[in-house]
Design a binder for this molecule. Structure first.
Ligand code: TUI
Length: 314
């Protein structure tokens, strides 16, 4: 089975990360992925330190394997969560939606492997200088907070800009995507949307059904007006929000419209008021299965392609 530098660095069997999806990626999901040989990641999202500590302990009770915590840097609790991961000796921290520079020294001192998400070459260089262990290059095909560049364009440029292992994210949900990421120079992948279909992923049944039924043009990006573009499923909510963005509605009202929308999607499956974050690749996600099976399956699919056995190459 394919291994790479990231497997040795983190002590994992397969070079597959599960994305730190806010309100979704809890200790149970992370442990299931890690027990399957990938890297399970608990999402801190906008939650306080106490929640994150609890989920770290849930995961640790379910697995001996390494786990990670994703810190969403726009969270009002980011400082607090930054301390919790050091206190709990979490082996891996990933960051998203911002610049983690101010935390890097203290995390490294605590022996944590810091793996920031970068959406540009400049950020990749900065994080390399500050001592990151690896980088996640995430293209705008991803769900949630999106940058400007696509995975196809971002990954090779980040690989050229750093000597660190690069994990590709955004638009990857099967072995073909894994193989493509490796061909671009990455030595691992992070998948979010694919893990929404995991049996251990406890999102509302409406959310899961929407992902399993999604087609190619099912997602859209909203939030550009307030500077935080987010990709989600095209629903009544996202269409209404998009219209409101281009209306005379004041910024505060627009912000209020989005407040709590992720939670309402995940916990209530609320089509009118929930924001169902999803990557563009949702159309390829069409069966429920255990998280461990997802990890193994994508790598089993990628291996023959990468070893030159792609049936379509003459
Ligand atoms: O973080 C994500 N995806 C997310 S976070 C999230 S929660 C949220 N809620 C409301 C509004 C916005 C987010 C949902 N999905 N992905 C990782 C990611 N990070 N993608 C892009 C970036 C990024 C962008 C800019 C990383 C660094 C960065 O640097 C800017 C700077 O400060 O230089």
């Amino acid at each position: 089975m394919i291994r790479s530098a990231i497997c040795e660095l983190l002590g994992i069997q397969y070079p597959v990360f599960q994305g730190g999806m806010a309100w979704i990626a809890d200790g149970k999901l992370a442990a299931a992925v890690s027990n399957g040989g990938g890297l399970g990641i608990i999402a801190a999202g906008n939650a306080p330190g106490s929640y994150v500590r609890e989920q770290i302990r849930v995961a640790k009770a379910l697995t001996e394997k390494p786990i990670g915590v994703n810190i969403m840097l726009m969270s009002p609790f980011a400082d607090e969560v930054a301390q919790v991961v050091a206190q709990e000796r979490v082996p891996v921290v990933t960051t998203g939606a911002g610049n983690p520079s101010k935390y890097m020294a203290s995390w490294k001192e605590a022996g944590i492997h810091v793996i920031p998400v970068v959406a540009s070459v400049a950020m990749a260089k900065r994080m390399t200088r500050l001592g990151a262990s690896a980088l996640i290059a995430e293209g705008g095909e991803s769900g949630g907070h999106v940058g400007e560049l696509t995975t196809m364009v971002l990954v090779p440029q980040v690989c050229d800009a750093t000597d660190l292992p690069v994990i590709a994210a955004g638009g990857i949900a099967d072995g073909r995507g894994v193989a493509a990421a490796f061909m671009l120079g990455a030595c691992g992948v992070q998948m979010g949307t694919r893990f929404l279909s995991a049996l251990e992923c406890t999102i509302h049944p409406n959310y899961k059904e929407k992902i399993l039924k999604a087609t190619d043009l099912c997602t859209m990006v909203t939030g550009k007006r307030l500077g935080h573009p987010v990709r989600s499923l095209r629903t009544q909510f996202s269409r209404n929000y998009f219209k409101a963005e281009y209306s005379a509605m004041p910024d505060e009202e627009l912000e209020a419209l989005a407040g709590g929308a992720l939670r309402r999607a995940v916990q209530e499956g609320d089509n009118e008021c929930g924001c169902f974050l999803s990557g563009q690749i949702a159309a390829l996600v069409n069966k429920e299965q255990p998280a461990a099976q997802i990890v193994r399956e994508v790598m089993e699919e990628a291996e023959p392609i990468l070893k030159g056995a792609a049936a379509w190459v003459r």
